[in-house]
Structure formats: structure tokens, C-alpha cells
Design a protein around this ligand. Structure first.
Ligand SMILES: C[S@@+](CC[C@H](N)C(=O)[O-])C[C@H]1O[C@@H](n2cnc3c(N)ncnc32)[C@H](O)[C@@H]1O
Length: 195
């Protein structure tokens, strides 16, 4: 996917600063698996566990991992964030790129509920990447147009508001907002920490 290729260097730079050197990172909504294949080798010995809701994405994730020859990518698992408990029982960091706006709000709720259940360590990072509204407003005309197109595809989808929707949800689940990092193309990386 072109967007996945464009943003991967910028996301990796954030991860290199934020994730632990060892342990396991769970990637939610890995999609094609291109992020895992590019980023995981550069974060070793941290182990990368890819996952996705769509069973048909799992072979693609595993194929990208095999092509990368990375030794630290586990076989992809099917994980629907709305179905508790998750099939992964623990992780030291969690990454979720471009999911909560392309899914019903129940996916954001499931994401934080599931993460709270499997992330034990205080300050463990939960990292979201994607477009967000700020204080109820879009940050760019292109994001407003994207929001309209999402809603025309599915009325339950849409660009979420970081301040009035996502942060309160995270706090209710036991995650504190750590940092908001502006990314290319009007996206944000948002770092939450287990409280
Ligand atoms: C736009 S793609 C993002 C893929 C990749 N993370 C990226 O940034 O290129 C959205 C992904 O969210 C996944 N997804 C949607 N609903 C989900 C759910 N309930 N649980 C887990 N993943 C879900 C889809 O299967 C799809 O792979």
C-alpha cells in the first residue's frame, strides 16, 4: 500500500525512541504486514507479534515476514480487538496504525479493553498512528474529506477526536496520555502509557 510505504520511516523513528529493547510488541491490525517486515528487523531483539482481524491478511503478513528474513517476527495471529479475551496473553508494547477510524467505535473500545488486560507493566507504551480530530475539529481539509469518504462507506466509521473521544476512553481503561507527535500528511502518533 503506498501510504504504508510512505509513513513507515517516520513511524519507525518514533518506535525506536519509545519501545523497549527487549520483550514483545503486539501489532494490532497489521494489514498487509508491510510495517512489520520493515520495522521489526530494526527493533531486534524486541519480538514483533503481528495480528489482524481478517483471516485472509495473515498469509500476506507471514509472506512479507519471510521475505524480510527477520528472525524476530512471529507468525501472524487472527485477533479481533472486539472479542475478549485476546489470543495473546501478554505484551510489553502495543502498536495500532490506521484502525480506529476504519472500524466502528466498538473497535477503539475493544482495543483499550484488550490492551489493559494484557499489558501488565506500568508505563508500557500503547502507540496509535493515524488521522485524528483535535478538540472536535479536523486538522486539515484533506482529513475532513477523508472523514466524509469513510462515513459514506460505513456510517460507523470516521476520524476520531483525540481529545474528546480517544483520550477519555484510554483514561477509563487505565492508560495516560504521554505524547502526541505530528507526522507527515496530517497524521499523528499518540503515545499512551499504562498507568
Ligand atoms: C487501513 S488498514 C491498516 C493496516 C496497517 N496497519 C497500515 O497502517 O497500513 C485497517 C486494518 O484494520 C483491521 N481491522 C478492522 N477491524 C478490526 C478489528 N475489529 N480487530 C482487529 N483489526 C481490525 C483490518 O483488517 C485492516 O487490516
Amino acid at each position: 500500500m503506498p501510504a504504508t510505504l510512505r509513513n513507515r520511516e517516520a513511524i519507525l523513528a518514533v518506535l525506536q525512541d519509545v519501545v523497549p529493547r527487549q520483550g514483545m510488541l503486539l501489532e494490532i491490525a497489521s494489514g498487509s504486514g508491510e510495517h512489520a517486515a520493515f520495522m521489526a528487523p530494526q527493533l531486534a531483539p524486541l519480538v514483533w507479534q503481528p495480528s489482524d482481524y481478517e483471516a485472509e491478511n495473515l498469509p500476506s503478513i507471514d509472506a512479507y515476514a519471510a521475505d524480510s528474513a527477520a528472525a524476530n517476527i512471529r507468525p501472524a495471529v487472527r485477533l479481533d480487538v472486539t472479542q475478549q479475551p485476546w489470543p495473546v496473553s501478554a505484551c510489553d508494547a502495543l502498536l495500532c496504525c490506521n484502525m480506529i477510524h476504519i472500524a466502528p467505535w466498538a473497535a477503539a473500545e475493544g482495543l483499550f479493553a484488550g490492551a489493559a488486560a494484557i499489558m501488565a507493566a506500568k508505563d508500557a507504551p500503547l502507540i496509535l498512528y493515524g488521522p485524528f480530530r483535535r478538540h472536535g475539529a479536523h486538522t486539515a481539509p484533506s482529513n475532513a474529506a477523508f472523514d466524509d469518504s469513510l462515513k459514506s462507506r460505513n456510517a460507523e466509521w470516521g476520524v476520531r477526536c483525540l481529545d474528546t473521544e480517544v483520550v477519555p476512553l484510554a483514561q477509563r481503561a487505565g492508560f495516560a496520555l504521554d505524547r502526541v507527535i505530528e507526522m507527515p500528511a496530517n497524521n499523528l502518533t499518540v503515545i499512551f502509557r499504562k498507568a
